[in-house]
Ligand binder design. Sequence first.
Ligand SMILES: Nc1ncnc2[nH]cnc12
Ligand SMILES: [Zn+2]
Length: 350
Amino acid sequence: MMTTNPFPAISAARLPDVLRGMPKAELHMHIEGSLEPELIFQLAQRNGVSIPYASVEDLRRAYAFTDLQSFLDIYYAGASVLLQEQDFYDMAWAYFERAAADQVSRAELFFDPQTHTARGVSMDTVITGLHRACADAEQKLGISAALILCFLRHLSEEDGLATLEAALPYRDQFIGVGLDSSEVGHPPEKFTRLFARCREQGLRIVAHAGEEGPPAYVWGALDLLGAERIDHGVQSVHDAALMTRLAKERVPLTVCPLSNLKLCVFPTLAQHNLGALLDAGLCATVNSDDPAYFGGYVNENYLQTFAALPALHAGHAYTLARNSFEGSFMDEAAKQREIARLDAYFAAFA
Ligand SMILES: Nc1ncnc2[nH]cnc12
Ligand SMILES: [Zn+2]
């Protein structure tokens, strides 16, 4: 339990600037969820795709979600404007420019190939465009970037296996795999064979679990899929044995507070359990999930969450940023360099 602030010189009033400026990694960001309404309209026009909204404002007005599924329906519709390699590049590049402004120095991006291949867009188009943007992010913005291919859990395991086969020729262009989309009713055990095959390929493994689904899905993600990180995981607080395990094994949880708010996982940010997860010793991190849909990129997630939870102080800010590097899939030397940079950033406020 971290009750005393190890950085007393950082008052609550200075905290927002410290949060904005601290180096951080983002580990849970669906690149299709960074597609801003303006870009959706631009790409729709460029590609001659019709969308059932009259204007950017009209589209934004539809972003009133009641749960995960109500969001996913709109999110998949938005992705329908992506057709060409350049579209995937432009989408990712727009994200990287925003991430750079938020002092993100490492970004691990989810992408959903099945959303695109089902519409006749090739795996090559998707991965080549995204990977080119990652290379440019590194070169032009100094952001270390990597891709994680997510399987849609509302589809079958066979569909996932075929998707993996189609992606393997691009094996050097993504570092891992994840599991996303509609959680409840699609438990981890549905994908045991698929993830075993991914592990054989040496891919890093993450999975959404415990966003809306029960703690049993988190256990399943760890034990049946071999997940090294849990995306969301906020429902873990309902299972004491699970909390003990997550803390003991330092399993990173990629928490997304504004997403949880907009999808009604918590009624208000003041009721979010981020502070409880940290104080229980879990390796929790802050991320934006689908920032174009949920009202903010990663710094906005930090700022709004700290504003809503006054028990969080500069010590928590440091821990969250440190956890983001610890939980990343960078090599150990790169992690240590980032953590040293973070230490120097906080030391300057002493
Ligand atoms: N929050 C989320 N949960 C599950 N699947 C998603 N795909 C994009 N965002 C998601
Ligand atoms: Zn997500």
